[in-house]
Design a protein around this ligand. Sequence first.
Ligand code: F6R
Length: 630
Amino acid sequence: MTGIQSCLALRRGADFAKGVANMCGIVGIIGKEPVAERIVDALKRLEYRGYDSAGVATLSRGAMARRRAEGKLRNLEDRLDRQPLDGIIGIGHTRWATHGRPNEANAHPHATDDLAIVHNGIIENFRILRHELEDAGVRFESETDTEVVARLVSYEIAGGLDPAAAVKKVLPRLRGAFALAFLFRGREDLMIGARRGSPLAIGHGEGEMFLGSDALALAPFTETITYLEEGDIAVLTQTSLQVFTEEGEPVERPAQQIAAGAFMAEKGNYRHFMAKEIHEQPEVVGRTLAAYTDMASGLSRLPDGVDVDWKALSRITITACGTAYYAGLVAKYWFERFARIPVEIDVASEFRYRDAPLDENGLMIVISQSGETADTLAGLRYAKEHGQRVLSVVNVPTSSIARESHAVAQTLAGPEIGVASTKAFTCQLTVLFALALQAGRARGSLSEPNERAMVDALVSVPGLMNEAIRHEAAIKALARDLSKARDVLYLGRGPSYPMALEGALKLKEISYIHAEGYAAGELKHGPIALIDESVPVIVVAPHDEVFEKTISNMQEVAARGGRIILITDQKGAEEAGIETMATIVMPDVAPMVAPILYALPVQMLAYHTAVFMGKDVDQPRNLAKSVTVE
Ligand code: F6R
């Protein structure tokens, strides 16, 4: 080992290249009977984390065997049908590649003569470690950062350390974020897991132990879960769990009972999770708003533990990614309107690096469905380091973002499996609306009657969502036309501007049609050059205080031959006075809550367009549900 260490010292200052990394899902089982089938079953529940390749390794009578396959899990299942795997202990992986091709050689588990490993995350200093191992004569079989960890641990085992000691020695040398699981040749009674930056849950069964990227993966096996903390190393046998801190000190981590309902992840009668999740919105938005409103007083309320001194705030900063960011954009209108408080918002990938000055009395709101988005988590940490109180709006209460926040305002959307966010988004909006009302009341800028009117408006949303869903057949018919477009523009003004952004994101991510959202008033500053009869323009315009302005922009589109799809209400449809390709007439709704309702038609339009085009709606290419790499 000395040779490697001295090489390390020499190269320590060299450039750290990003690894052949993954964000992925990992699973491990020490069972009483063969485990391969259950590992694949658990991987299916983790496919939302990536689906570029997959693999399983097991130990049978001490000998290691593995099967790996490029592409989706069904390819691995086919491989296992042809070449089954025996063994009562095993690990599995489903991969989302960020660097390096998603081929079989790069698929996990990676193995050496001594061990097999699965990994979620990035080892940032893998190149330098790899060069040093290569200089010491170690040969590699893949391009991955993960194999470096396997080779380093193997090297320590060859040097005489037992598996746990070898893992403990290697981990401090790794830079980056990871969750790892190891299997050791000849040790059918031992599995080791470790986490730094990426989540890892341990499941306790009857004479069996489990490990997985989240509790959902382990749901059919056990409801007793121990969540590892940052830096933890877990040593599992069939009947025991020992946890050590990064420094190698034994530590107690409590086991929790996770409610069975939290694991609901079936499609039911729907063809896709996305369809099911769109249709669930009346229910989950209803459930969420019930937790944030007090029916007796007709006012908003916050669940226990969400205590913010709104009055003392000088500014709110919001950060999030993708759809969650658009929820934040809508919330900016609400906080400014109801609470007269300045709001700054930025995508987390920018916010985390721009060294933003933050007010001493500032509140940071982070928004995330998964609670694991790497950039959002980094934004949260930056804000905490700079003295902000952090309130997170998250769907997964056990997630890293939830656990690292000072207060958590949970969205009660239930598990969201479709890669394109739908119900989590409308639940985020619901929670943010209630937060803005609370802020308005506390700061004296929203009168009680006005707050009551806003709560009434919010409470009306689930029923109106049900009505909106009845338009689905008409939207489906429209999707056929939309599927022929190469480019689509979405326009909106005020709180409908983020809905235009969201509509465009939904369409492009699942149908692969190029789509952009614009603030309606920005059109004439450039994008109008794109308008001709081949570009459908979808205008999101409830009859609100900026309706007429939006309609003027729509006139500009019509004058240039643009084909318009107008999403509005009855009054808007009557007053628009422009020939459209189609008008989707939404139920009347109070303008302030319109974004929550208007999310539905843009979601349904994207969904049906993608289905019509035969796309893989729940697992669009190149995407993953939980983006745990930056
Ligand atoms: C789009 C979508 C993504 C996510 C984004 C943030 O439909 O789902 O844009 O909104 O990756 O993810 P979370 O909310 O888990 O932080």
